[in-house]
Design a binder for this molecule. Structure first.
Ligand code: IMP
Length: 176
């Protein structure tokens, strides 16, 4: 197997500094009231772990896992739930935690789905967003970094389940 070639896009220090900024913004908007973080598995695991540690004491953490199916070369936009939340979010102040917004299909679908469960507040944070890849309008109130339309790995993001454990984010130059 050829060695993967990665161009570092954001170092560990840059990521951690940006997460601190995001947490200040979020704390300003959500206050110190109880809130629920919904991590979208698996990509958001590192981001959720680090972000949550800056968000005070009244934080509950839950997870969802979704999968989107591509129909041939164009996305069908069908998003299925592989793991649902453990608890209800009715009347709760909810923040979706995403690794990356690419086409926007996952986030748009998730927002629509969670709204039907009547949270009192619903916003989303994503560490990364690729504006050029957007296929649908997906509102994301907090974005860590806007990146070019290239495939990135590390800090939770994978290529065929590899690279999630890297502490930095890199562009994968030679996917096989
Ligand atoms: P969507 O296209 O916005 O629905 O993104 C769906 C999912 O695709 C994201 O949550 C990621 O898990 C994955 N994804 C999109 N772009 C990348 C990338 O550059 N690297 C790794 N995973 C990605």
């Amino acid at each position: 197997m050829t060695e993967p070639q990665l161009d570092i896009l954001y170092t560990e220090d840059q990521i951690q500094a940006r997460i601190k900024d995001l947490s200040l913004q979020i704390r300003r908007d959500y206050g110190d009231e109880p809130m629920v973080l919904i991590g979208v598995l698996k990509g958001s695991l590192m981001f959720l772990a680090d972000l949550s540690r800056h968000l005070g004491h009244q934080v509950r953490i839950d997870f969802m896992q979704l999968s989107s199916y591509e129909g041939g070369t164009s996305s069908t936009g069908v998003v299925q739930i592989r793991k649902d939340l453990d608890q209800t979010i009715e009347g709760e102040r909810v923040l979706i935690v995403e690794d990356i917004v690419d086409t926007g299909l996952t986030l748009a679908h998730l927002r629509e789905l969670l709204m039907t469960r009547h949270p009192s507040m619903l916003r989303a944070v994503s560490l990364l967003r690729k504006p050029e890849a957007a296929k649908v309008e997906a509102t994301c109130e907090y974005v860590g970094f806007e990146i070019p339309n290239q495939f990135v790995v590390g800090y939770g993001l994978d290529y065929r389940e590899r690279f999630r454990n890297l502490p930095y984010i890199g562009i994968l130059l030679n996917p096989d």
